[in-house]
Design a protein around this ligand. Structure first.
Ligand SMILES: Cc1cc2nc3c(=O)[nH]c(=O)nc-3n(C[C@H](O)[C@H](O)[C@H](O)COP(=O)(O)OP(=O)(O)OC[C@H]3O[C@@H](n4cnc5c(N)ncnc54)[C@H](O)[C@@H]3O)c2cc1C
Length: 383
């Protein structure tokens, strides 16, 4: 059975639910319960993520939160006692469309103005540094050496371990089936292992965020989209310090994964669904595009693949807010493919929102729940 009472119930033990729990506990909040429907933590999008960590965004708030998060990932072992295999090999964005060059020029200027050491490269420089890349249609590129990738499970585990140490309870194999609201105030949740009374409920349910909102008649505009990733056999031609390489126009990416490679591509034409089956015919498209961009990938042998869900909002920005009209109901959802990399900042901001009533470290106005009724700017660097 679950504890009958809590101060805060967090729905979902993905990286954002766990980071929120940890940061709240660090601020001294007692009786926090994280409720997870699956058998283990990080079983949703977190464990299925490509683990990419970048600071190259188009909006100021994302750049600031990502820069903060990178600092935290760099110190994760010391601060959280967990080795997260952070490979700071950089992110290389290849741009082949003049409109993207214009967008990235603006973003580059913004990133530099915020102190990010990002480089603007021409095709010759790209070829010189990474000779395997076919640059015949590349107009420009950006490279940030402090970007990279890490192991999402380990990050989630670090937060879970430290949260538990601070007294947080994580209830696995426990599904939230309802939320109790009385007089416009949250009163707790119903779960498959009994009710939990609580004045604060946090929705960090990833792609299932909308279903959680439905439980109390709130529409949370987050849709699930299948995204697939494939892993090759050992591929020593590509060295370990190879950057996460993004062919931006095609939503294609590749990085090292142990001795092999990890490759993915977003099919932007696929409608939303909870389908997580691997489509092996799509794998052929991913490899085909890879061979065009990096011809030596012709020798790559795919060993395995998986599919997970992006949790996408209409403007590709998360919703991090207390939901107006329902006291005690908070959301950190809709990360649109970049929720792992922002998780240190997200947990911090959520803890501020809940304990102080507003975010203090970052201006998260752009993440407010109500923005979809207004003109929205949104994040444009979406992979
Ligand atoms: C293929 C792929 C590649 C990606 N690559 C990257 C990347 O390179 N970098 C990056 O930053 N992000 C990436 N992402 C996105 C990233 O994985 C997510 O944004 C992030 O993991 C979201 O974490 P979360 O904790 O918010 O949600 P999740 O990890 O999805 O956690 C939500 C949890 O809530 C649980 N839950 C749902 N409903 C209930 C309920 N009713 N009761 C109890 N529990 C419930 C779920 O089981 C789940 O464990 C990728 C995603 C995919 C699928």
């Amino acid at each position: 059975m679950v504890p009958p009472k809590a101060n805060v119930v967090i729905i979902g033990a993905g990286v954002n639910g766990l980071s929120t729990a940890y940061h709240l506990a660090l601020k001294g909040v007692k009786d926090i319960v994280v409720v997870e429907k699956e058998k283990f933590i990080a079983a949703g999008s977190t464990g299925l993520s490509a683990g990419g960590i970048r600071q190259q965004f188009s909006t100021e708030v994302n750049i600031r939160m990502a820069m903060y998060s990178v600092k935290k990932f760099e110190r994760f072992k010391e601060e959280m006692d967990e080795d997260i295999s952070f490979h700071q090999v950089g992110y290389l964005f290849l741009l082949t469309d003049p409109e993207d060059v214009e967008l990235f020029r603006q973003s580059y200027n913004l990133q530099r103005s915020l102190g990010l050491e990002v480089e603007w490269l021409g095709p010759d420089e790209v070829r010189k540094r990474w000779p395997y890349i076919n640059t015949e249609d590349v107009l420009a590129a950006t490279y940030c050496p402090t970007d990279g990738y890490a192991d999402p499970y380990s990050v989630a585990n670090g937060y879970a371990k430290q949260a538990r140490r601070l007294g947080v309870k994580i209830e696995l194999e426990t599904e939230v089936t309802g939320i109790k609201v009385e007089g416009g105030k949250v009163k707790g949740v119903e779960t498959t292992k009994g009710p939990i009374e609580a004045p604060i409920v946090v929705n960090t349910a990833g792609p299932y965020a909308r279903l959680i909102g439905k439980m109390i008649g709130v529409d949370i505009p987050v849709d699930p989209y299948r995204r697939q990733v494939f892993i090759t056999d050992a591929f020593p031609d590509i060295p370990p310090d190879w950057p996460m390489t993004i062919d931006f126009k095609y939503h294609w990416y590749m990085r090292k994964e142990g001795p092999g490679l990890l490759m993915g591509m977003s099919d932007m034409t696929e409608p939303p669904s909870f389908n997580m089956n691997v489509d092996w015919s799509f794998m052929e498209k991913v490899v085909e595009h890879g061979v065009k961009r990096i011809p030596i990938l012709e020798k790559a042998r795919i060993m395995r693949g998986w599919a997970g869900l992006y949790e996408v909002t209409p403007d590709s920005q998360p919703i991090i807010d207390k939901i107006p009209g329902i006291e005690g109901f908070y959301c950190a959802v809709g990360f649109s493919g970049h929720g792992f990399m922002l998780s240190p900042a997200t947990g911090l901001v959520m803890s501020e929102l809940i304990t102080e009533g507003k975010a203090v470290t970052f201006d998260i106005t752009e993440f407010r729940y109500n923005r979809f009724t207004e003109e929205i700017k949104g994040e444009k660097h979406v992979i």
